[in-house]
Design a protein around this ligand. Structure first.
Ligand code: GLC
Length: 525
């Protein structure tokens, strides 16, 4: 039997586990999910009409990328009104209907909340740039330059300096992203009140929580010092980590805590588990924080072993991890792992059996690859179009998009469509459904401790346990078969299709299994 290497890795949770610790979250990118009014862009009606699909898939909560009114320079992450819906997605009544229907199906709904910046067309900024005495002048970050140059050396996320010169009022304004996304000044109490008011607006409507966009960026040192040379010219949003942010997050959390049972999951894009852990506070900041180191991990056992260990040690017992393989900002993991369906299937087993709350990005359950989008055809300022391709619903063209589609379809759209995979036993979609159903029935997989086990090279092996329930997960990253032991254990899940009840102790290349202890046969007679 393999040796336990990391017995300290995270105890099991208690009986009063909040829902979001057990939940599997599903990210919907509304433009690309489903088109309810045949105008070529996905919308809220499309999402509502797909709740049956999501229910049978077995996810617990959906997070919608922004649906607010927006000039769409950053496809909704440039907001002009935090308390309304862009007509391309529908209206407030469509949100209410979606939330009602989702709740009736046992699915919770999270919105994306964008507190760091607004659109430059937001009335607050339009007023702010009107004059130096404008009522909302100080709602944004305005500074004088240094001898005709910007106030500091920060770089914006999509290139260029993080400052834009405003001719009319002869000052620079800060934007960690596009010039059309000016940063709000969270030092200003009016900004805090206005923004937390937008949280209340949605919480009062029954929204179950928020994914908070680049929340680690909202606090700023008022002196705005230069980025130290050790960070090089990496863009500011990837390294910004001002201690004052924590107090702001505590204020946000206290508003959310006025309501029962809501959740905030923050995008803390720092690629450093210890620094990310700080954003959970003492249980009084984020409930959950993304850790994008999983997006950097290669399809390599050493990367994953190191990451699982780092997360176990770095977050300790109280901060609950999150796991993500794909989202709307990064090439999909199938594409990153070389396009292999076997790997994508094994990765699904891994994602959904680690200790923590997994986030599935719509389309990964279909094994979607990124669409090929020529540079000249890119619409997104960050070149992230490929991972935002529309979901193919039907096998035949136009794959459920009769009004056209705003981006090209992903490769093999017909064969990977929802329709094709619902009909095929052993499809990727079928695998996700089986893993999610199995997870739902297993306290060990949902709530249990995780212990990394010694394994042959190229194999990640760990045990999840909760009281009597014990599961062993083995993932083979090697390109040759590997013997891992556990002969005769029950195969609850195998990433490769086909019937297999008892484990023979061997994993094929790029294969993953979830095993449980063989049940004792009753003696006959
Ligand atoms: C986050 C979003 C990304 C957006 C950026 C600016 O990183 O995920 O899509 O471009 O913030 O809001």
């Amino acid at each position: 039997m393999p040796e336990a290497l990391d017995a300290h890795l995270a105890a099991a949770t208690s009986a009063e586990t909040p829902w979001w610790r057990r939940a599997v979250f599903y990210q919907v990118y509304p433009r690309s999910f489903r088109d309810g009014n045949a105008d070529g862009v996905g919308d809220l009606a499309g999402i509502t009409s797909s709740l049956g699909y999501l229910e049978q898939l077995g996810i617990d909560a959906i997070w919608l990328s922004p649906i607010y009114p927006s000039p769409m320079r950053d496809f909704g992450y440039d907001v002009t009104d935090h308390c309304a819906v862009d007509p391309v997605f529908g209206g407030l009544a469509d949100v209410d209907l979606l939330v009602d229907r989702a709740h009736a199906s046992g699915i919770r709904v999270l919105l994306d909340w964008v507190p760091n910046h607004t659109s430059d067309l937001h009335p607050w900024f339009v007023e702010s740039r009107r004059s130096r005495d404008a009522r909302t002048r100080d709602w944004y970050v305005w500074r004088d330059g240094r001898d005709g140059a910007p106030p500091n050396n920060w770089r914006a996320a999509f290139g260029g300096p993080a400052w834009t010169w405003d001719e009319k009022t002869a000052q620079w304004y800060l934007h960690l992203f596009l010039p059309e996304q000016p940063d709000l000044n969270w030092d200003n109490p009016e900004v805090r009140a206005a923004m937390t008011g937008t949280l209340r607006f949605w919480l009062d409507r029954g929204i179950d929580g928020f994914r908070i966009d680049v929340v680690h960026c909202i606090g700023k040192d008022p002196l705005l010092p230069d980025q130290p040379p050790e960070f090089g010219d990496v863009d500011r949003a990837g390294v910004h980590d001002h201690p004052g942010t924590h107090e702001l997050i505590r204020e946000i959390r206290s508003v959310v805590d006025e309501y029962d049972d809501r959740v905030i999951v923050g995008e803390v894009n720092l690629r450093d588990t210890i620094r990310i852990a700080a954003y959970y506070g003492a249980g009084d900041e984020l409930h959950l924080a993304f850790n994008f180191l999983s997006l950097d991990a290669r399809w390599d056992e050493r990367d994953w072993r190191a990451l699982v260990r780092t997360v176990g040690e770095g977050l300790g017992d109280s901060a609950w991890p999150t796991w993500v393989l794909s989202n709307h900002d990064t090439p999909r993991h199938r594409t990153r792992y070389g396009g292999s369906e076997r790997r994508a299937r094994a990765a699904a087993v891994l994602l959904l059996s680690l200790r923590g709350s997994p986030f599935v990005y719509a389309g990964e359950e279909l094994g979607m690859d990124d669409a090929a989008v020529a540079i000249a055809d890119r619409l997104d300022p960050g070149g992230r179009d490929g991972c935002r391709a529309p979901i193919p619903w039907t096998s035949e063209r136009p794959h459920g998009w009769p009004g056209g589609h705003w981006l090209p379809f992903p490769p093999e759209a017909g064969a990977r469509s929802v329709e094709a995979q619902l009909a095929e036993e052993g499809s990727m979609l079928d695998l996700y459904r089986c893993i999610l159903a199995n997870r739902r029935g297993s306290p060990a997989l949902r709530d249990g401790s995780l212990v990394l086990l010694d394994a042959p090279p190229g194999v990640l092996l760990f045990e999840r346990a909760y009281e009597e329930d014990r599961r062993v997960v083995a993932v083979c990253f090697a390109d040759e078969p590997r013997a891992v032991g556990y002969d005769g254990w029950e195969v609850d899940i195998a990433s490769t299709p086909g019937p297999r009840r008892r484990f023979n102790g061997k994993l094929a290349p790029d294969e993953a299994v979830i095993l449980s202890r063989p049940r004792r046969r009753r003696p006959r007679g």
